[in-house]
Design a binder for this molecule. Sequence first.
Ligand code: FAD
Length: 354
Amino acid sequence: MKVVIAGGGPAGLITGLKLLEKGISPIILERKAEIASTACAEGCDIASLKQIPFDSSPYISKDVEGTKFLFPGGYSFSSSRKGVVLDRNRWIKGMAEEFAGRGGIIKTGAGVISIDEGMAILKNGERMAYDVLIGADGPFSVVGKYLGNKQEVLPAVQYKIECDTSEIDYMKLYFDKRFSPHYSWVFPKDRVLNVGLAGKFSQLDNFVKFLGLDGKIIKKEAGAIPVSGLAHIIAGRNIALIGDAASMTNPFSGGGLTPIIHASSILSENIDNLKNYEQEIKKHPMSDPVLVKAKNLLMELTNRELEKMGKLVDGRTYEEMRFSDILRAAFHPMLIPKMLVFGKAIVISMKWGW
Ligand SMILES: Cc1cc2nc3c(=O)[nH]c(=O)nc-3n(C[C@H](O)[C@H](O)[C@H](O)COP(=O)(O)OP(=O)(O)OC[C@H]3O[C@@H](n4cnc5c(N)ncnc54)[C@H](O)[C@@H]3O)c2cc1C
């Protein structure tokens, strides 16, 4: 079976590695001149990372004890689910080397510009025949457009700031509308902080000022986070989408790596029956509509509401929260339905990796 994968990002490479395990040797077509990371805060769940048939441990920049959720008024809530912050650029280059070393083919400078009757058409005019085409070509997927998908994306920006991170052992998410309508983040790497938010660089500058960071900015990055929830992921028997191309990113958390790892297992298991791939993905928690609902709610909340929510969960951990804690919101009846949506979205996200 000739499998062609458009896109040499995490979705394309992880799917490629999983297919090699099944005895299928795909061709990856990457638009850029080399395999390199797109903008990312580089946080990932350890349990999910271990499901890739590749040793990611040399590419972990820092292990973290969990995640802290910070609210206006200085309130906070945490989870002790362990995670890592990757050195993602080296990580995907490492996966690309492993993929090629095991017999996979990667063609760089090979952007797919359209699809025509079982052929992927490349920018240089080359036509590449396939039995199955996998669109892993990111948030502005050419293959996704061919399937008629229109994705909603949140623009996101990030600075890599050189500083001492030895005392920072949590990934931090700030829910504060002064900086971002969604959330802002601080993820520690070894001697570098990834500081970013869904929004513009001017908002990020305010956030950096608020944090009192004065380290050197060594990189400015911008990207797009798909937040519309799962798109059409197959067309007929021979085209499938995965990763940002399929809008698989958890719209609530913005995390895209874990969904890719889970979806790549399902896709490689069902490469000869894409209908099953679609059905299994629809049953997976990543497809739960509560994730989009929670994202929409988060975008609407005011700082006053966020502060009240923060006060109710202050000092608690996700692991020790009970349903009765949400009912403490009875003092603020308007908050109960919102807390229930968030509670469900957090439980669903945490079940399989945030
Ligand atoms: C600022 C920011 C921070 C983020 N932080 C995190 C985080 O901490 N943790 C997390 O889990 N997720 C995070 N995400 C989401 C995560 O980065 C994405 O979900 C993930 O990169 C998706 O991988 P992908 O392979 O689907 O797409 P991409 O990473 O976009 O890779 C797609 C690849 O396809 C190539 N390509 C594009 N078009 C074509 C074409 N027509 N033909 C051939 N090749 C093509 C691109 O050059 C690229 O190499 C973040 C996203 C942003 C924007």
